[in-house]
Design a protein around this ligand. Structure first.
Ligand code: PMP
Length: 406
């Protein structure tokens, strides 16, 4: 795609035209949450203006339009990751999705002495739920270690899979390092060993085409707001046999077939796991988001972001005293860095005064910070709507901040 095409795509995002502290906004925090194109804003607006009603409850016209909009969004999201819509539970995000797996799938199966493996680079969302269920059933959570470059230590992992392991929690892409993990290879090894795999796709789905069946995992979770959809949306894909076997996690309306005081029977998956009124407008927006991304093409997006990543890496590497954390061979467009003599938080605050939005902190990955021996990093994360000029603005802002800090 041409530079003109990307420039037209950027113009689809109204917020990118605003200023911050009288400077043009340079938004380099898409790994935290992505910006929303007009098509998504319009879809949410249209839903509330013209179709708003609850789903699956009313026979009136608006009720059936709302239900169709919600189920249509489920079909679009399922198509986006190449799965059957009945195997896709709509959740409030990755966090809810993984908690559902932890409590509904894992907890009833785990015994004292069982091991849950979680990689050193997991976001807390794919670690803390495992610690909570492990505590309840006497299992232990053991880290899968990484190399200094920020890749999974595959030989060590292979040895670990031979132990009493029941679950492997694995991120597809690290939100801090950008590392793209060899998920298909690892899931194949785990499957051979009879271990269920729970893949956190939060940072993969925004950056590359994701074909869930080809990964061979048991569970795949992702979040809608990182793929240009509204906050409070996400999804869990699971193998059908798991969804059928798993008991519901939340009880309430919508998830039942018949309720009696002596016995309640449940709806089929995925509805069995969707108690209560869902975030209907949010999913309508997410449906519009995945259609928007598909129209551009995730392969084009991946290519564009790799160009930006290569350019930003080269320019950041040339900055004196700047250290990039994570040098994996296969990376998505996320760069964590530290600058000698500058605390990450001060740096991010000063960059903000230049209009540049980056995230500083532990990025919900304490064990990874412990591995690198740092309390925090600064993270610049890129999306297809960013530009080389914004990379230049980041570099110029860093130079100015360093002069200020002496
Ligand atoms: N996993 C990863 C890798 C993430 O980057 C995030 C979001 N920062 C999450 C999980 C949690 O997503 P959510 O807060 O939308 O549930």
């Amino acid at each position: 795609m041409s530079a003109a095409d990307w420039s037209a795509i950027r113009a689809d995002f109204p917020i990118l035209g605003r200023t911050v502290h009288d400077k043009p906004l340079v938004y380099l925090d898409s790994a935290n949450t992505a910006q929303k194109p007009q098509a998504v804003i319009d879809a949410v607006d249209d839903f509330y203006r013209n179709h708003n009603a609850n789903v699956s409850r009313a026979v009136h016209q608006l009720g059936s339009e709302a239900t169709e909009a919600y189920e249509g969004a489920r079909r679009a999201i399922a198509r986006f990751v190449n799965v059957h819509p009945n195997d896709l539970v709509l959740t409030s995000g990755t966090t809810q999705a993984i908690n559902l797996v932890a409590y509904s799938f894992a907890l009833p199966r785990l015994q004292p002495g069982d091991v849950i493996l979680a990689t050193r680079m997991e976001h807390h969302a794919n670690l803390v739920p495992w610690q909570l269920v492990a505590e309840r059933c006497g299992a232990t959570v053991v880290p899968v270690e990484i190399t200094p470059d920020g890749e999974i230590d595959l030989p060590a992992l292979k040895a670990q899979l031979a132990g009493p392991v029941k679950i492997l929690a694995l991120t597809h892409v690290s939100n801090v390092l950008g590392t793209v993990n060899p998920v298909a290879e690892i899931c194949a090894l785990a499957r051979k060993a009879g271990i269920a795999t729970v893949v956190d796709g939060s940072q993969a789905v925004p950056h590359m085409p994701v074909d869930i069946p080809s990964l061979g995992c048991d569970f795949y979770a992702f979040t809608g707001h990182k793929i240009c959809g509204p906050t409070g949306t996400g999804a869990l894909w699971a193998r059908r046999e798991h969804l059928q076997a798993m008991p519901p996690f939340f009880g309430g309306g919508e998830m039942i077939r018949e309720v009696r005081f002596d016995k309640t029977t449940f709806n089929d998956p995925p509805h069995k796991f969707e108690a209560g009124t869902p975030n209907i407008a949010g999913f309508v927006g997410l449906g519009a988001a995945v259609e928007y991304l598909s129209a551009i093409g995730m392969a084009h997006i991946a290519e564009r972001e790799q160009t930006l990543l290569a350019y930003a890496t080269e320019r950041l590497r040339a900055v004196d005293g700047l250290r990039i954390i994570g040098q994996a061979r296969h990376k998505a467009a996320v760069i964590s860095f530290l600058i000698e003599g500058a605390h990450g938080h001060d740096l991010a605050t000063l960059l903000d005064l230049e209009g540049v939005a980056v995230r500083s902190g532990h990025h919900c990955a304490h064990p990874l910070m412990q591995f690198y021996g740092v309390p925090a990093t600064c993270r610049a994360s890129f999306a297809f709507y960013n530009t080389e000029a914004e990379v230049d603005a980041l570099i110029a802002a860093i130079a100015k901040v360093r002069r200020m800090l002496g």
